[in-house]
Unconditional design. Structure first.
Length: 178
């Protein structure tokens, strides 16, 4: 893990290969690595012809297929500020509404790999525990566009999406919107 080098390098790195060479009595070691938040193998562009739309408050759609495993601020988890949707690692996660990607980061203590999208109307959505991301900060995304893949990074017990909706910074119950 690198820290203190600015947001570009402050992240967890995955080692892809290490090479050791012995020449003239000296060892040299070199390696290649990548950040799991970078999309090493970009998926083909997805068709937006069948992009779902919504007519609920805020116009949000469900960001992933799967089973709801934890609700918003339950008796068991009163500080849970979103909902959890479980499915297999790699399940596509789509933007719940159109907006601009404002944040991509890795949070060791909580979200793991996560993305935040600003919908320009006081609403922001957060997507956590991602195995990979297919967007960049500043990118405009459309509702229904794949932005990431489900994973189990950070504080997680299995592959799922932690999904939050915030209105003017205040957590909202996503089930009221999707």
């Amino acid at each position: 893990m690198t820290r203190g080098f600015g947001s570009f390098l402050d992240r967890v790195w995955v080692i892809e290969s290490i090479t050791h060479n012995y020449q003239e009595g000296k060892f040299t070691t070199s390696g290649t690595c990548y950040s799991p938040m970078k999309n090493r193998f970009p998926p083909p562009p997805e068709s937006t012809a069948s992009t779902p739309t919504a007519s609920n408050p805020g116009g949000f759609i469900r960001p992933a297929e799967g089973r709801l495993t934890s609700g918003f601020r339950t008796a068991r988890r009163p500080n849970h500020q979103g909902v959890d949707i479980a499915n297999a690692t790699g399940t596509p996660i789509v933007a719940a509404a159109s907006g601009i990607v404002t944040f991509i980061d890795f949070d060791v203590g909580g979200y793991g790999n996560w993305i935040e999208v600003d919908h320009q109307n006081g609403f922001r959505t957060r997507y956590g525990h991602l195995s990979s991301s297919s967007v960049t900060v500043g990118q405009q995304v459309q509702q229904g566009q794949t932005i990431a893949r489900m994973g189990s990074t950070g504080r997680s017990t299995g592959p799922h999406l932690h999904f939050e909706i915030r209105l003017n910074g205040q957590p909202q119950d996503p089930e009221n919107y999707i």
